[in-house]
Design a binder for this molecule. Structure first.
Ligand code: ATP
Length: 460
């Protein structure tokens, strides 16, 4: 793991963002728990996404169940094709994704199918990272299987969903009819997905249980490309505007022919420059009529939309935007982390979250624990708490309290001091610039709200 990643993982644990799942039992690979600050950050990211999707009249939300009829996964192609190419170290039995090994050896796998990757491994005489022979590559299905009811046999197999999209496709007509939607319209959903990944690594980046935020946009057949371009632009803007990710650390990656999923006609991923390199955060896919067509065939039910103007039934095409909430959280954490030298011999660690998604918005700090300062501070806390996530702290030197807030990315600290008792003002200290200004207590909520909206990431 890179130095920055190690520091980030350690900060996340120390400060209550992310804990290893079942840590006291040695942990479970590929699973993480969100602590008190992590869960706030995750919720804020999900909320930013939900608002961007549903604050418009052409997108509706749903929350489908994780377990679905097993035929869904036959229709979707997952039973047959949701495979990753896998090889093992013949001595240690360690497993690797074939494409990851090839990419580490400098091969661009974008256009390569499974057989071509197999041939490449042989051609290069590639060994495992420990220098041992590799086993024959094979395809590994990533869906987790379980059983419904008390008897474990093949008749009652169900899968933990590997994506949220299918819950949307099977509800397409329910939503369209209940909400009397006209094409084009979208259905948005946030929920858990599960993939039995061959290797999990890089903290929250690739896990076996994760949350996805997906929106499927149903369009008249033939209009897919237009809407594909539209959603690509919308989604890119969301990263910079809602999450404050600089454009310089984002780029598009177009899927080559070997990389395209079985359902996709066109696919572009948003890549972010993580501390371990550029990698995917979101996919925007033109799925054409594949999904609704498959579900019509496998369920025997019509999923066509009646176009009143044209007086005809049509099977809509689909443009999808799919992002991992946990992977987005990983990106936001990585982007926020900074170590700064303030002056000779004095450094600070600061999490520069966009204030809108920062877990805590304001810390309220009485300078000392006497002269009535804690009482005033508690009144300010009571006033602000219904509107903003606030944190009250009266212990330790003020400088140390500021640093603790910097480390968890709290954008504003309010300090109650002896002047407060005279003139009803407090100092407001900004996390990024560390600049302090006096503000009337009565104006605090408006001032903080204004600063949250006006925030721009500083260049350093
Ligand atoms: P990858 O190539 O990284 O395995 P993918 O192309 O299979 O991802 P999609 O099926 O398009 O991913 O899923 C959409 C989004 O869901 C991804 O962009 C990512 O943000 C998230 N995601 C997918 N798999 C995982 C995982 N194992 N852990 C965390 N997030 C994931």
């Amino acid at each position: 793991m890179s130095d920055t990643m190690e520091k980030l993982v350690s900060l996340c644990k120390r400060k209550g963002f992310i804990f290893q799942s079942s840590e006291i039992y040695g942990g479970l690979n590929g699973c993480w728990d969100y602590g008190p600050l992590g869960v706030e950050l995750l919720r804020n990211i999900k909320e930013a996404w939900w608002r961007a999707m549903t604050d418009r009249d052409d997108v509706e939300g749903i929350d489908a169940s994780i377990l679905m009829h097993p035929r869904v996964w036959e229709a979707s192609g997952h039973v047959e094709g949701f495979n990753d190419p896998m090889v093992e170290d013949s001595k240690t039995n360690e497993r690797f994704r074939l494409d990851h090994l090839l990419e580490a050896a400098g091969v661009d796998c974008g256009d390569l199918g499974f057989e071509e990757m197999k041939a490449k491994i042989a051609e290069l005489g590639l060994k495992s990272p420990k220098g041992n022979e590799l086993t024959d590559p094979r395809q590994f299905n990533m869906m987790f299987k379980t059983h419904v009811g008390p008897v474990e046999d093949s008749a009652n197999v169900v899968y933990l969903r590997p994506e949220t999209a299918q819950g949307i496709f099977v509800n397409f007509l329910n939503v369209q009819q209940a909400m009397r939607k006209k094409l084009p319209f979208g259905i948005a959903q946030i929920g858990k997905s599960f993939r039995n990944e061959i290797t999990t690594k890089n903290f929250l980046f690739r896990t076996r249980e994760f949350e996805q935020m997906e929106m499927q946009y149903f369009v008249k057949p033939g209009e897919e490309e237009k809407w594909f371009d539209y959603w690509r632009e919308q989604r890119f803007r969301w990263f910079t505007e809602a999450l404050g990710i600089p454009e310089s650390r984002l780029r598009w990656h177009e899927h080559g022919s070997g990389e395209l999923a079985h359902y996709a006609r066109q696919a572009f991923d948003v890549h972010y420059e993580f501390p371990f390199g550029w990698d995917e955060v979101e996919g925007v896919h033109n799925r054409g009529q594949f999904d609704l067509g498959q579900h019509e065939e496998f369920s025997g039910k019509q999923l066509k939309y009646f176009d009143e103007a044209a007086r005809e039934k049509v099977l809509p095409g689909v443009v999808e935007t799919a992002i991992g909430a946990s992977r987005a959280t990983m990106m936001v954490l990585a982007e926020a982390y900074a170590e700064e030298q303030i002056k000779e011999g004095d450094t600070r660690t600061v999490m520069r979250f966009h204030p809108r998604i920062a877990p805590l918005k304001v810390a309220i700090l009485p300078l000392v624990k006497r002269d009535g300062m804690p009482d005033v501070a508690r009144c300010i806390e009571a006033d602000l708490r219904p509107h903003l996530r606030v944190f009250y702290d009266e212990s330790g030197a003020i400088g140390r309290r500021y640093r603790r807030m910097d480390e968890v990315g709290t954008p504003f600290c309010l300090t109650v001091d002896s002047d407060t008792l005279q003139d009803d003002t407090v100092t407001i200290r900004e996390r990024d610039s560390m600049a302090q200004e006096r503000v009337k207590i009565a104006d605090l909520l408006g001032e903080i709200t204004r600063r949250i909206s006006a925030w721009k990431r500083s260049e350093s």
